[in-house]
Ligand binder design. Sequence first.
Ligand code: ADE
Ligand code: ZN
Length: 333
Amino acid sequence: MNKQELKKWVSSQPKVELHLHIEGSLEPELMIELAEKHNVKLPYKSIEEVRAAYNFQDLQSFLDLYYLGASVLIDEDDFYQLMWCYLCQCKADNVVHAEIMFDPQTHTERGIDFSIFMAGFKRAMDQAKQEWGQSCLLIMSFLRHLSEKSAIDTLEAATPHLGDIVAVGLDSAEMGNPPEKFSKVFEIAKNLGLKRVAHAGEEGPPSYVWGALNTLNVHRIDHGVRSIEDPNLIKFLVSSQHPLTVCPLSNTKLKVFEHMHQHNILELLKLGLLVTVNADDPSYFGGYLNDNYHALIDNLPIDQVQLKQLLKNGFYASFLPEKKVDFWLQKLQ
Ligand code: ADE
Ligand code: ZN
């Protein structure tokens, strides 16, 4: 198959998405519409100006705009619309199952209650399930630049909603905020029966990946591309098969790799790690899940066998029950 055929084929296959921040799927059109609706002042006059601002030097320069963008999300309908747009994109991309992160503190710190965003998310998720059988679940992520006390308070505030939340995660500014800072809250989450994931080894060193594995007892590492710098960590990840949720377009937009042809996902795959492909913050990084696969096809010497392994890995790495995983693996051509 040539590159064009590979892109068409991968687009048609059932996929899962395991690393997606719902706030990072806020498209400039909706951002401007909601800013007008709520009279929120943004430093942009047009959709074009919003897009032009998406030129990042590193993770922090992105996070500054990401939190600014999220400030237009205020009432239940805003959160419904945000989730609905993403789920419609899942349908378009053949994403049959999505494990979707949200950042409660980004909203509660602005005085928006859990019940508001959870109701909006749930309404969209229920509707997508009813209309086309969309499968999805929620991961509540703690902001690591805030204190562990704030994360513990957030987990407590989430108590009435824990039936709708499958896992906790850890995101935001990685450097200087190692996983160990959140050992207590992850222990509480574990005892509540919640699964655990954490961003690590995106900008941070391999020791942060070790910390997420050993101290936070995570099921998956979000990003983890810097694991390659530690041969003992690679050996461990190959034998443990802890998944890495890799986000190619994100990594190049945030300059983890200068160019896509320098991305190490194929190397990690060849070494035997359980790597998966994901979009992270698609509105900010230039594309949804199929776009991420297409970027790999355009820039790396990736073949159909390797693409199929990445697709399969997504299902293996998911929190889907075994029966569902088997069902979807049989659908892969
Ligand atoms: N929050 C949203 N996207 C993120 C990323 N790529 N890394 C850390 N925190 C994030
Ligand atoms: Zn992320």
